[in-house]
Design a protein around this ligand. Structure first.
Ligand SMILES: [Ca+2]
Length: 207
């Protein structure tokens, strides 16, 4: 039985404090918090069509500078843009920021828009398509199980590009990805856009 619920992933969408408009269709929100004695900002950008990104910034320049980005506001850092920080270090700060925003009632939880989930004997597979601006799309493929993993198809072409977490080879994850994409397509949850393979919007199967 397919349970396509999209409420398990927390999407941080900060709605608050000091809204400024950078460009006509782009709205920014920021949230400040303190972690281990340093003050950080999370700057969220909402783009037309419901997509957005969050930037994690270390405000105090006397300390280690940091700029890291969560490209799709799914609550995980995708890359460190500035500063001598590992992804895990940035993740730890970001998680603290999300917790602080949550504690102050300054975050929104939204269901992922393009999300597919299916149970298999080995665990629950999920695929989430994110539209990340400039017409680009990517798919995050994950298994929640005793041996979980997360992998990324950075251009949504149906071929995984990297393993983000978990003890699995790219080849092994790719084999599962192909099977789960086929199953999603069989269930009407895939739309093809030229060479790209995109999960359809939640609740609106491809017709
Ligand atoms: Ca790819």
């Amino acid at each position: 039985m397919n349970r396509s619920i999209g409420f398990l992933l927390v999407v941080l969408s900060l709605t608050l404090v000091g809204c400024t408009t950078a460009r006509p269709q782009e709205v920014r929100h920021s949230f400040s918090f303190t972690f281990e004695g340093a003050q950080y900002d999370i700057v969220g950008t909402d783009l037309p069509g419901g997509n957005g990104a969050n930037m994690l910034v270390l405000r105090d320049e006397s300390q280690r500078a940091l700029r890291a980005v969560d490209l799709d506001q799914d609550g995980t850092i995708d890359s460190v843009l500035t500063g001598n920080w590992s992804l895990a270090e940035a993740e730890a700060v970001y998680a603290a920021g999300i917790a602080a925003a949550k504690a102050r009632g300054k975050y929104n939880v939204q269901p992922p828009v393009r999300y597919f989930e299916i149970e298999r004997p080995e665990g629950t597979y999920t695929i989430q398509t994110s539209l990340v601006g400039d017409g680009r799309a990517r798919n995050r493929f994950a298994l929640e199980a005793a041996r979980p993993f997360k992998a990324m198809d950075t251009d949504a072409d149906g071929v995984l590009d990297r393993i983000e977490a978990g003890n699995v080879s790219l080849q092994e994850a790719q084999r599962a990805y192909v099977v789960i994409l086929e199953e999603a397509e069989r269930l009407g949850r895939i739309e093809r856009d030229d060479w790209r393979v995109l999960v359809t919007a939640f609740g609106r199967p491809n017709t």
